[in-house]
Design a protein. Sequence first.
Lengths: 836, 228
Amino acid sequence: MRGTTGFRLFHLRGLRVRPWRAVLMLLVVSTCVSLIVATATAFASLGRSAHDFARAVAGEAPLSVVGVSDAGLPTSLVQRVADVPGVDFAVPVMTVRVSVGDTEAVLIGVDASAVELSSDLEKEVDRVDVATLPPNGAVVGEALAKELDLTTNETVTVGTPRGTQAPVVVSALSRGAASAQLNGGRFILVSLPFAQQALQRPESVDTVYVGVTGERSVAEVTADLEQAVGAQALVTTPAHQGEQADRATRLTRDTALIIAALALLAGVFLIYTMCSATVAQRRRELLTLQVLGARRRRVARGFVAEIGLVALVGAVSGIVSGMAVGRTMIETLPPVILSAVDVDVAYRPDPWVVGAAGLVGVLAAIAAAVFAVRVDLNVPLAQAIRGTEDDSAATARRRPVLPVAAAALLLAGAGVSWAVGSFSTAMVLLAGGVIAALAAVPAPLARASSAVTSLLGRTGELAGRHATRHARRTWSVIMTIAVATAVSVAVQGSMSNLLTAANRSVASLGDTALFVQPVVAEGLPTDPVFDDRAVADLAAVEGVRQAVPGQLMPLSLEERSFMVQGAHDGSNTPAFRNATDQARESVTSGSAAILSRKASLALGIAAGDSLTLPSPTGPHAVRVAEVVDYPTLNDGQIVISLANLQQWYARPGASFVEILTEEGAVVTQVAGRVRDLAAARTSATVYVEPGQEVLGALRSSIEQASMLAQTSQWMIVLVAALGVFNVMMMTVLARRRELGVLRAIGGRGSAIRRMILTEAAGYTLIGLVIGAGLGVLLHYSANDLVGASMALTVRFAPVAQSLASALLACLVVIAGALIPAWRASRLDPATVLAEE
Amino acid sequence: MVYELIDVSKTYRVGERDVAALRGVSLRLDAGELVAIVGPSGSGKSTLLNLLGLLDRPSAGTLCLDGVDVAGLDEKEAADLRLRQIGFIFQAFNLLASLRAWENVAVPAVLAGRRLGAVRSQCVELLARVGLADRADHFPSQLSGGQMQRVAIARALLLEPQVILADEPTGNLDSASGEEVVGLLRKVAADTGRTVVIVTHDPQIAAVAERQLTLRDGRLVDDARAAR
């Protein structure tokens, strides 16, 4: 077939005549692409938001110097940075998330040196001339001004993370493209001294952006900068925060992407069944074209192009719906995930990622179409004259590549298991091997399905015959069901095991009666808003047995992002409580640290090793007393004594206080008294959260993270149900005469209906057995994956839920045969026989 | 001479055994002949037609089309030759359901790389020749069996091939339609000088042909020419 005329005539017209299958295929590709796009873009938006903000502030500055903790770096370092040979400019900047009225924005503090930056921030600084701003004057971003209806000379109150309030006068309103680049126009630009004063950090800045002269290389300047700042700061690139956010969410994202990839795998099987069915239905037509003089390859190419076109439309619609879902996901992500970035998270899909997801969907469909054409169109041309429905000839060819691939994967699985000890990789390879092995034996699988169907009552004997007549199609639908079942078993099993492990690891939170903190239960209290006096006063409240102060503080170490916890004796915080008494004692005495499993892996150190923590007061070495299970989304948690944290990082006070009540005290009454006192002792907004509520919030965050996996799982089940619907619909269409004859000789509609459903049940049962086996292998691997993601030891334990979920999935899949069965039972024998 | 077959055999492998569908058939077919191939089921009629149509290759012997040995052609060469030299008519018509009558006629031209619009008038003219001038824009589902077969004949004639091969062309038609179709084929052979080969079970159809080839158990047992 040359040119577009042939394609239009022989393929596009065909789509118009048989639209339902094209629509079904389009839906499958659309669903799979949508899942991938939504998952990939939503999580990437966190990093991109942080990255885009950093770029809008830093412009082309190649380096940045940041504090190792949220205390920032001393202003004295700014000059030391500027004096390093090769440094063109050193611009100190404060960027902090603050509350303004009912909303939030980013407070940016800069001095006149910011004009050195070639960035959107520099344009704003240059336009307004920050140096001329009144002491508490500010430039307010357009979006924020619009939201709060702010006008020039109006005064607004800014609430800082430390709980202080600072009145700011709107000196100018920012407008234009540059303004929009800075946190979407939701910012307050003030002078550096004012920002330091408002944040009660007069001697520190957050970041120093560094420009490099052409005389020295960036690497040389970096080395000298590292020497100049020592352990007090980290020399990195402005992209640092974006990369940290990416790392923090990478494993969660990867887990979701793996499930999306499995959906695509099920989709490929389904598309193959549809292509196979289409080829079977159009075989005479396609062969006729060959008999009339079309070359086989051109006919095949035309068919593949037809499927590719449908897949392309599906991919485009999948991209559109995936972006809509991704945008919604951003709005519903747990706060603990969103806290990985300090700016507003805007949905920023990466065009390359979106394009790649669409391409993957189209290529997967094309691969399925190529396979269908190779297998199902590979019949003698003479059949075009006589016509045939049986595809036994088409499946007669042997493809040695599949058994070879199966053997290779099985061997690789065994090899990895033996040599590396990575059982999860071995399990994935084994699962791949099993799928490849099954791909090599469509006929035995079809016979097995036939045998099983024959056991399902009287109608089963008749229904079972059909499975062997279309071995490859039978194989494909069984594999679709098997993948859906495997995913159900694996996702349910691993999520259940994960929740058990997570609940176990955080259970001690419930032992604390009340948490007093400047954030809601779902947040992380990192600002030390309670001074020692406030803690002492809380301890004296009636009904309080002990008030245990504690702190959380973000820390950058080896380019990674950790949370350092300052623990005090008596704390029930899980990372502290999960350790042994001996380890806890050595921590509170100040000589040791407890590491979460993730931190231990990230730093490559274990119990007994030495850990050196950088700080504004210089490096401090502690011994790792123990590694414990504690789930985090960043690179892990490091527990040291509260006293050490306060001293090393110049952070007096506590960012949260645990209230342990006396026996018999009424917790709600104590909570009331504690709330009143805490509010009086700090200017920050104080939340008094029952320990059980904090525990519940943490658990719901974990459950929320697993929701995506569970939603995706049911999408795959839906894909499998569509597969069965398609195959059974094909069966009914292809067997109209046969079914008509059965009706003519006295078969009841209900018997025909039962026969179709029994055939579907046969496929489903075989798929269930294979899927359950594969599911156990994947469950084992998934446990490793989610365990690594959450820094937990997730123990493999098969759960009844998995089986129930698999059975439910099977019922959904069998339900896919209801419409075809109903349609078959309604066939009018006289009409059907007359047609023939 | 259009076809020359010398000692042609065709053997199929069925399970564990070889089945001889044709055994040492030798014959010549000349231009303008209307030939009927007859014989009981399993006699090798369809196998012979498949070989003549280059849909299959002989297991042994020589098969020449227009003086060229075509037994060893590859798939591409055979497809090109079918497109230019051979027209096919099927028992089940094999029209494309999504195309109108004239578009079905145009299929070989499209396969040959021509634009649809460029051959429309030619297709309508051919349909007029087979008595379907008023059905050019109808879809196959809107035509009777006889009308569909006439569309198929028009399709077979479009690229003016040397040979028309018809496999049970009246098998799905009532007797009146069957007679019309055979009349058309006879006219094609007589008026255009093309070789028309019809495989049939029907003695009445076979009787219309000027030459009858009778096959039995894969052998050519009779080659009878009727007096004109």
